[in-house]
Write a protein that binds this ligand. Sequence first.
Ligand SMILES: N[C@@H](CCC(=O)N[C@@H](CS)C(=O)NCC(=O)O)C(=O)O
Length: 209
Amino acid sequence: MAELPVLYSFRRCPYAMRARMALQISGQRVVLHEVALRDKPQALRDVSPKATVPVLVLPDGRVLEQSLDIMLWALAQADPAGWLSPDRGAMVALIAENDGPFKTHLDRYKYGTRYPGVDAAEHRTAGVALLQTWNARLGDAGFFGPRRCLADFAIAPFVRQFANTDRQFFDALPLPNLQRWLDEILSSGLFAAIMHKTLAPPFVQSPSA
Ligand SMILES: N[C@@H](CCC(=O)N[C@@H](CS)C(=O)NCC(=O)O)C(=O)O
């Protein structure tokens, strides 16, 4: 067990979801620490003072504090489903659209009351505008052809959050490609596997969890 990387995670965090999906597909074993965000363990703060999740601590002491870095590390160990192809640079650019502008709109739409002076409806509209571009880009195949890859799994947990903020509103949007794409990913065995309350291998439950 001492030889395995340690993952600090939070089940419902979209960043942690995407890290867990990459670890799951790669088959990389990790010791899992489920973190309560209101009561973060000191061991997490010690290795990563910013103390966001996910964080992956490697056996050589390196600390990966960004979910995308954890995904890329996992896929560098093993990429059996070819997530890093066809075009890693273009995928990372698309993910940046999600992590930047889309996440900004999502937070202000979903958690409007936390942002004084912010109009949640305006951010919902701006979020939908971005979703429209993704809907067009997806077409009836996918962002990078019919096979799902890094970009799909890195972005889907955030679109899920947007959809769940007001399900009726989301379902009524004229975005059939995006809605189908989201359903496909959320109903996959991979997503189910990383959302179980008690994760199975490659996740090893922490003795203290
Ligand atoms: N850029 C980071 C963001 C991670 C992040 O913001 N995670 C949230 C949970 S979804 C968090 O830990 N927030 C700190 C807190 O709520 O105390 C990444 O990609 O891993």
